[in-house]
Ligand binder design. Structure first.
Ligand code: NAD
Length: 511
C-alpha cells in the first residue's frame, strides 16, 4: 500500500512536470519533420478528464495542413519504399526501443489525456513497442508473394509492393497503442503515413511523431495533423496522394469515410464499434468466467471495442452468477487514473459521461434491474467519474441490449438453450468479438462456428496473438489486420507471368 501511494505521488508529480511543458509548448502538427502550427493559426483547447482542467492548446489543422502533410508523405515515399530491408528493420527496432525507454512518460501522458488507468497504460506502452518489433521482424515477409507455375508453359509469380502514402485515423480510447498497431505495419510494408489522431486525445501522438525522428526515420515518412474529423479527417480521406485509409472509430464515421473516399477510390480498412457477447454455459469454470467477464467489461474504463458488453448466462446459474458479478462490480476501485490502485478512471469527456449516464437511465426506464452503478462516486466530483454499472434481467428487445455504450456498463440476459444463446448473440448489428465459456468441446466448436463475430475466444478473455487476424463482421468492420493480413492491406499484389517455352500464340492478320 505504501509503495502504491509513493508511486501515485510520483505519477502526479511527473504529470505536473509534463503539463508545465505542454502548457507552454502546446501540441503542434508534425509535417516533414518540423513541429508546425496550423496554416490558419487556429488552435483548440485540450482538457484532462481527471478534473476537466485545461492542459494545452492543440494546432487545429484543416484541409491546408492535410495537403502539406500528404505532399510530404508523397515526396518521402520513393526513398522509404526503396530502403534496404535491413535498414528499415533496424529503424523500426529503434522505434520499439525508444518507446520502451519512454514508456513511463507515455503511460502517464496517456492517463492524463484519456483518463485510462495507469496500470493498463503501462501495459499498452509495452504492447506498442511489441507492435514495432513484430512488424520489424516481418519486413522481408511483407514483400513475399506466391509462385504458381501454370501448365508448364508459364511461370507465374507475384510480388507485393507498398501501396503508397496512407492515412491513419485513430480514436481516443487507447490512442497510443492503436496508432502503433496501424503505423508499424504501414512502415514495415514501405508506406509513408499521415496520421490524424482523435481531437480528444492528441498528446501521445505528438510524442510518437517525435520518437520516429529520434529513431532516425526520415522527415516526411510519418506526418501528424491534429484537428477535427469533419475538417482535417475528411480532407485526409479525400486527398488524391493518399492510397488507403486505416480507420479505427465509430461505425457511422466509417460509413462517412467510405463515401468521402469514393471519388479517389480509397482502399479502406475499418475497425468499428461492437456489442460483444460473453456466453456462459452452466458447465463452465464459473470462477474464471466471472473474472474474465468483469475484466473484459470494466478494464480500460469499458471504452474498449472488444469489451464483452452483453453477458448471456444459462438460466440455471443466472441468479448466482450475476449476484456474484454485481458484488464484485460494486467493489471496483474508481479513482484518479494516475493511481496504480485505480481500476476504472474518468470517462474521456463530459459529453461521454452524459451519454453513459443516459444509458443508465434508459436501462431503468426499459425495465431492466439495476444491480449497481450510474451516477458519480462520492468524493470524485471534479472529473468524469462514473460508478461501474451492471444491469440484470435485460431483455433482448431493449435498446440497452443492442446499442454500443462504450463505458463501464454491462447488461445481462438469461438463456435456456444453446440455440437461444446463439440467437441473442447474433441479433445485434455488430460482430466484432464473442467469448464462450463451456467445458463441452462440441458445444464450444458449434457456438464458435455459428456466432457472428470476427474473433472468438473460448474459455478466455481477449488475449492477442499478433499474427492472428483482427477485425469484425457486420457493422463492426471491414478487413483484417495482424501479421500478413496487415501487409495485404498496405500493399499491392502484382502478378508476373513468364513464358517457359514456345507456347501457342494464336495468329491474327495472317490473311
Ligand atoms: P469517432 O469515429 O468519433 O472518431 C474516430 C476518429 O475519426 C477521430 O480521429 C475523428 O476525428 C475522426 N473522424 C470523425 N469524423 C470523421 C470524418 N467524417 N472523416 C474522417 N475522420 C473523421 O470514434 P471515437 O468516438 O473517437 O472512438 C470510439 C469508437 O471507436 C467506438 O465506436 C469504438 O467501438 C471504436 N473502436 C473500435 C475499435 C476496433 O478495433 N474495432 C478499436 C477502438 C475503438
Amino acid at each position: 500500500m505504501a509503495e502504491s501511494t509513493a508511486t501515485f505521488a510520483h505519477n502526479l508529480a511527473k504529470a505536473e512536470e509534463y503539463r508545465a511543458v505542454l502548457k507552454v509548448q502546446g501540441i503542434q502538427n508534425m509535417i516533414n519533420g518540423e513541429h508546425v502550427a496550423a496554416v490558419s493559426g487556429k488552435t483548440f483547447d485540450n482538457h484532462t478528464p481527471i478534473d476537466n482542467t485545461f492542459v494545452c492548446r492543440v494546432a487545429e489543422g484543416d484541409a491546408a495542413d492535410i495537403d502539406l502533410a500528404c505532399n510530404a508523405a508523397a515526396a518521402a515515399f520513393p526513398a522509404w519504399r526503396d530502403l534496404p530491408s535491413k535498414t528499415r528493420r533496424n529503424l523500426l527496432y529503434r522505434v520499439a526501443e525508444l518507446i520502451e525507454e519512454n514508456a513511463e512518460e507515455i503511460a502517464i501522458l496517456e492517463s492524463l489525456d484519456t483518463g485510462q488507468p495507469i496500470r493498463f497504460m503501462r501495459v499498452a506502452a509495452v504492447r506498442a513497442a511489441a507492435n514495432f518489433r513484430f512488424f520489424a521482424d516481418r519486413v522481408d515477409q511483407a514483400k513475399a508473394g506466391d509462385a504458381m507455375p501454370a501448365d508448364g508453359n508459364q511461370m507465374n509469380y507475384s510480388i507485393r509492393t507498398p501501396i503508397g502514402p496512407v492515412g491513419v485515423i485513430t480514436p481516443w480510447n487507447t490512442p497510443f497503442m492503436l496508432s502503433t498497431w496501424k503505423i508499424a505495419p504501414a512502415l514495415a510494408a514501405g508506406c509513408t503515413v499521415v496520421h490524424k489522431p482523435a481531437e480528444l486525445s492528441p498528446i501521445t501522438a505528438m510524442r510518437l511523431s517525435e520518437l520516429f525522428l529520434e529513431a532516425g526515420i526520415a522527415p516526411g515518412v510519418v506526418n501528424l495533423v491534429n484537428g477535427f474529423g469533419e475538417t482535417a479527417g475528411k480532407a485526409l480521406t479525400k486527398h488524391d496522394a493518399i492510397k488507403a485509409i486505416a480507420f479505427v472509430g465509430e461505425t457511422t464515421t466509417g460509413s462517412h469515410i467510405m463515401r468521402q473516399g469514393a471519388a479517389t477510390l480509397k482502399r479502406v480498412h475499418f475497425e468499428l464499434g461492437g456489442k460483444n457477447p460473453v456466453i456462459v454455459f452452466a458447465d463452465a469454470d464459473l470462477d474464471r468466467a466471472l473474472d474474465a467477464a468483469i475484466f473484459m467489461k470494466y478494464s480500460l474504463n469499458g471504452e474498449r471495442c472488444t469489451s464483452s458488453s452483453r453477458l448471456l448466462v444459462a438460466r440455471s446459474i443466472y441468479e448466482d452468477f450475476t449476484d456474484r458479478l454485481a458484488a464484485r462490480v460494486a467493489k471496483i476501485r474508481v479513482g484518479n487514473p494516475l493511481d496504480p490502485a485505480t481500476e476504472v478512471g474518468p470517462l474521456i469527456h463530459t459529453t461521454h459521461w452524459d451519454k453513459v449516464n443516459r444509458y443508465v437511465d434508459l436501462g431503468v426506464e426499459e425495465g431492466a434491474i439495476k444491480a449497481c452503478g450510474g451516477g458519480r462516486p462520492e468524493g470524485l466530483e471534479a472529473g468524469n467519474y462514473i460508478n461501474p454499472t451492471f444491469f440484470k434481467h435485460a431483455s433482448n428487445k431493449m435498446r440497452i441490449a443492442h446499442e454500443e455504450v462504450f463505458g463501464p456498463y454491462l447488461i445481462s440476459i438469461p438463456f435456456d438453450t444453446e440455440d437461444e444463446a446463439l440467437e441473442i448473440a447474433n441479433s445485434v448489428r455488430y460482430g466484432l468479438t464473442a467469448y464462450i465459456w463451456t467445458k463441452d468441446i462440441t458445444r464450444a466448436l458449434n457456438v464458435a462456428h455459428k456466432v457472428e463475430a470476427g474473433m472468438v475466444w473460448v474459455n478466455s478473455q481477449n488475449v492477442r496473438h499478433l499474427p492472428a487476424p483482427f477485425g469484425g463482421v457486420k457493422y463492426s468492420g471491414v478487413g483484417r489486420d495482424g501479421g500478413d493480413y496487415s501487409f495485404d492491406f498496405y500493399m499491392e499484389t502484382k502478378n508476373i507471368a513468364i513464358a517457359m517455352g514456345n507456347h501457342k500464340i494464336t495468329q491474327l492478320g495472317m490473311g
